[in-house]
Design a protein around this ligand. Structure first.
Ligand code: GRF
Length: 178
């Protein structure tokens, strides 16, 4: 089938789950973390899944899988490692995308939700962007705002942000594939 994607994960895989449920054609899932719950989600959906703890091994095998399945996008869904410059250059242009829980360039890195709350701003959001060698720095594809209520905690804000992520990522992937 045409228009297949590969997905990289490290953790709970709720975005992976949403992408599966939204009918994206996923050819393979790769994790750097053997305990990632997302690996179970992939297995239950009968998607070939693999784990490589070493980044070098992971990149080598993801490139092979990309060639084998002729995938059109590599989707990072909670993948917590920075991909190497050489791997990014090896892959086709505009091929690797990521989702981040803030309105980039604000609140880069792993604590975007907590940072938004600390800054006392009244909104944050979700960004889908192309991946370059920096951390959360590549060209932006789409963004959506999420309101922050006075009573929000990291937990409630995280839930609101993820609700948007689960819809926005599939929308962006379908847009890019077509
Ligand atoms: C998401 O919030 C995403 O924005 C960030 O990592 C989190 C992954 O969550 N890059 P999950 O593993 O998809 O549940």
């Amino acid at each position: 089938m045409v228009n297949g994607v590969g997905v990289l994960i490290s953790g709970s895989g709720s975005n992976l789950n949403a992408i599966i449920k939204n009918g994206i054609n996923i050819k393979f899932v790769v994790s750097n973390n053997p305990n990632a719950y997302g690996l179970d989600i992939a297995k239950n959906a009968n998607i070939p899944s693999f784990c490589y703890k070493s980044l070098q091994e992971l990149e080598k095998n993801v490139y092979k899988l990309h060639k084998e399945y002729n995938t059109k996008l590599l989707v990072l869904a909670g993948f917590m490692r920075l991909l190497s410059k050489s791997f990014i250059e090896l892959m086709p242009d505009n091929h690797i995308i990521n989702i981040h829980p803030s309105l980039l360039p604000k609140f880069k890195g792993a604590h975007a939700i907590e940072q938004a709350l600390q800054e006392n701003v009244n909104h944050t959001g979700v960004t889908v962007h192309f991946v370059d060698e920096g951390m959360d720095t590549g060209p932006i594809i789409i963004q959506e705002e999420v309101e922050i209520a006075k009573k929000d905690t990291p937990d409630t804000l995280h839930k609101k942000v993820q609700k948007v992520e689960h819809r926005l990522y599939s929308y962006a992937i379908k847009y890019l594939l077509n």
